[in-house]
Design a protein around this ligand. Structure first.
Ligand SMILES: [Zn+2]
Length: 243
């Protein structure tokens, strides 16, 4: 059973059994666009790994990330209505596995499975709270605090200290100029907290990264970095690079 997605793991066992035949295991690969703005979303997605980015698109075509979705959440239609058009562009940022279900089947299942409906409503509420927290974060915390918090979110999503993230993705996710992201990453590198080379991030000191991060991203997660295995690396053998 798909226990890796927090929502699916939280519903009663008999509801999991009812839902299972409708779920299809897939791999979402970056930089796939799984839904365009204002288009009908044929599927809803329950990630079990990787990271998806929800982007708003301005009339001028500028992109701004509204939220990131990991295995703690889902991508799907408004649960309280039959509307299935997607208000965001949804892009795969980090490749990972997911379960998908046809949108109409999910809406039907919500009417039959109260545990599922409650879990999705709770997640929808959490999503709104996270979007509001992100706006507040943007105005209240420094780039290095925000970059640190976001990197911890990614680490938690994929259970790894090494991952691929381009400068462009970091800048878009944080709504910052690339030059500002570069300065913040350089500061983390100088503190020997991480390496960043050719779009590859390696976290060397998780505790220091946690100490640097603002609490916004961490508070918005149901997970905790302390739940993961210790990953602080031997500073004498690590070879941090930044480029
Ligand atoms: Zn913050």
């Amino acid at each position: 059973m798909p226990a890796e997605n927090r929502i699916l793991a939280s519903i009663p066992d008999h509801e999991k059994r009812a839902l299972l035949p409708k779920l299809e295991g897939i791999v979402l690969r970056k930089p796939e666009v799984i839904c365009e703005t204002e288009q009908f979303s044929e599927y809803a997605y329950f990630p079990t790994g990787g990271l998806l980015s929800l982007l708003s698109v301005s009339e001028e075509g500028d992109l701004r990330e509204i939220a990131a979705v990991t295995r703690e959440g889902f991508i799907g239609p408004p649960i309280l209505s039959d509307a299935a058009s997607c208000p965001f562009q949804i892009v795969v940022r980090i490749t990972g596995r997911a379960f998908r279900i046809r949108t109409r089947e999910l809406l039907r299942a919500c009417k039959e499975l109260p545990g599922l409906q409650a879990a999705l409503l709770e997640q929808t509420q959490e999503f709104v709270r996270r979007v509001c927290a992100r706006v507040a974060c943007h105005h209240s915390h420094t780039p290095i605090q925000r970059l640190s918090g976001w990197l911890l979110t990614v680490r938690r999503a994929i259970d790894a200290d090494d991952f691929e993230l381009t400068h462009e993705t970091l800048a878009l996710s944080l709504s910052l100029d690339r030059s500002i992201v570069t300065r913040a990453a350089l500061e983390l590198y100088n503190r020997r907290i991480l390496s960043y080379h050719n779009g590859h991030v390696t976290i060397h000191d998780v505790r220091a990264l946690q100490a640097t991060a603002c609490s916004c991203e961490q508070a918005s997660s149901h997970g905790s970095d302390s739940e993961l295995s210790p990953t602080r690396r031997d500073r004498t053998t690590a070879t941090p690079r930044l480029s």
